[in-house]
Write a protein of this length. Sequence first.
Length: 55
Amino acid sequence: MAGMRKKGDLPQKDCATCGRPFTWRKKWAKVWDEVRYCSDRCRGARKVAPSGPRK
């Protein structure tokens, strides 16, 4: 198991939407520099601009 890393050794970022820290995942290996959100929910919430009250 030479390639195994401990969870604490993985790179970490803060989510651009909620600000919570999240760690590197294998599925993000090739695009880690572009990852900005911790989840699809945060990514979707960022796209929707808050609108004022409807009349």
